[in-house]
Design a protein around this ligand. Structure first.
Ligand SMILES: Cc1cc2nc3c(=O)[nH]c(=O)nc-3n(C[C@H](O)[C@H](O)[C@H](O)COP(=O)(O)OP(=O)(O)OC[C@H]3O[C@@H](n4cnc5c(N)ncnc54)[C@H](O)[C@@H]3O)c2cc1C
Length: 381
């Protein structure tokens, strides 16, 4: 019997596995249905908070050495004005294929056993308690505790609430016109109250994408054709900039699941984390740092149980309250950001961007989104 089985080796599951090993939990099995390195549809933007988590997990140095640093964020308003915020926190872009593999390798270097091409199909229960994981093919793996880190489409979440999600579509281009070290967040009126982006992944390659609400005001799945919205977005926002560029691979889409209140992410014997616990930013779609941080928090809860500091019920209760304390304010500020974007305020703000007080507010609202928060350079037009 394993101490902990972690289902899903994305940033959430791999971080949890590393953090368990760092806390002396010896027998950790990390499962993934894929084999690494594997692709993940993602902008691959890493916020300053992701860097904090990476340092905690012991991969900060390697991450800085291998990724593309971000020096500034260009914000484009629905009315076509733009503001450039310099980043003082560290923000990076590292292709998820490489980032996720780096985390997985760090886990195995600490003694975690990785099992690839292992698709979990069910949680095994005994008298209402999760006791293990059933794999495709029927094999049963038993554990004292199971972490569910199987992402947006989680089949193991005990959360029965309707899912709120963001729909996305993105692609990759070589030799597009872009400013090195600058990410672009484009608040185009057609994707409002969300945004489109350009993230530089290397000196020559960028990824460009959009996110739109996955449901309409009544909560029904959106009927908008995300491909059509993306085509219009590219035409309106990148005139001429992709003329000499070569598209790499095909466009890809994947939902981002979010919640406004953390709940139903534990059950006896099991803890959900990362996007399987719906913890992402509802306005920016950021989810990597949250997955890493919740992975570490889940490991701390498990360590409290294994080291006799708390009963499982207490450790799980503490885990849920820590998540609420940590993320609820960000969920609320995400909705404020959505309201601002969906109104004419953003254009007014851009027009008044020369005013230091206005600049300060802009930084507060957007700065923490993906690239730190110091205003140094101001360009508004
Ligand atoms: C288009 C797009 C752009 C994004 N851009 C950004 C960005 O720039 N910055 C940012 O911070 N966030 C971004 N996000 C969000 C981010 O990708 C996710 O929130 C993050 O990956 C969640 O991490 P996770 O570990 O919880 O889940 P995942 O990364 O989804 O990992 C889940 C893992 O579980 C495995 N798995 C699933 N089911 C099973 C099973 N049954 N058995 C075994 N293994 C299983 C999968 O193979 C996968 O490896 C973006 C998302 C999308 C869709």
């Amino acid at each position: 019997m394993h101490d902990v089985i972690v289902v899903g080796a994305g940033p959430g599951g791999a971080s949890a596995a590393i953090a368990l090993a760092q806390r002396g939990i010896r027998d950790v099995l990390l499962l993934d249905r894929a084999a690494f390195p594997r692709d993940k549809t993602c902008g691959s933007g890493l916020s300053p908070n992701a860097l904090v988590q990476a340092d905690e997990l012991g991969v900060g140095e390697e991450l800085r050495a291998r990724s593309t640093p971000i020096q500034s964020v260009k914000i484009v308003t629905p009315g076509g004005r733009s503001m450039v915020l310099a980043s003082d926190g560290e923000a990076l872009v590292m292709l998820r294929r490489e980032f996720d593999e780096m985390l997985v390798r760090r886990a195995t270097s600490l003694g975690v056993v990785l099992r690839e091409n292992a698709k979990a199909t069910a949680l095994e229960r005994h008298r209402g308690r999760v006791t293990g994981v059933r794999l495709e093919g029927g094999e049963l793996l038993e554990a004292k505790m199971v972490f569910c880190a199987d992402g947006a489409h989680s089949i193991f979440s005990p959360d029965q609430r309707p899912k709120r999600s963001i729909s996305t579509l993105m692609g990759w281009w070589e030799n597009a016109e872009f400013t090195p070290g600058q990410i672009e967040m484009i608040f185009d009126k057609n994707v409002s109250p969300l945004y489109g982006w350009l993230f530089p992944e290397s000196p020559t390659r960028v990824n460009i994408g959009i996110c739109i609400d996955g449901q309409d005001d009544s909560g029904e799945k959106t009927k908008r054709n995300v491909r059509q919205v993306f085509d219009t977005f590219l035409k309106d926002q990148f005139p001429g900039r992709l003329d000499k560029a070569e598209q790499i691979g095909r466009l890809k889409g994947h939902p981002i699941v979010y919640t406004n209140w953390v709940d139903h992410c534990t059950e006896p014997g099991a803890i959900n984390l990362g996007e399987a616990a719906r913890i992402t930013h509802n306005a920016t779609g950021e989810g990597i740092s949250q997955a890493m941080e919740t992975g570490i928090m889940a490991a701390e809860a498990a360590a409290d149980v294994f080291h006799g500091r708390a009963t499982e019920a207490t450790a799980q209760r503490n885990y849920v309250w820590r998540l609420r304390k940590r993320f609820t304010a960000a969920f609320l500020s995400g909705h404020t950001l959505r309201a601002v974007i969906g109104s004419p305020i953003l254009d007014g703000v851009a027009a008044a961007y020369g005013n230091p007080l206005v600049r300060k507010s802009v930084v507060r609202l957007f700065g923490s989104a993906l690239a730190g928060s110091r205003v140094e350079e101001t360009q508004a037009n």
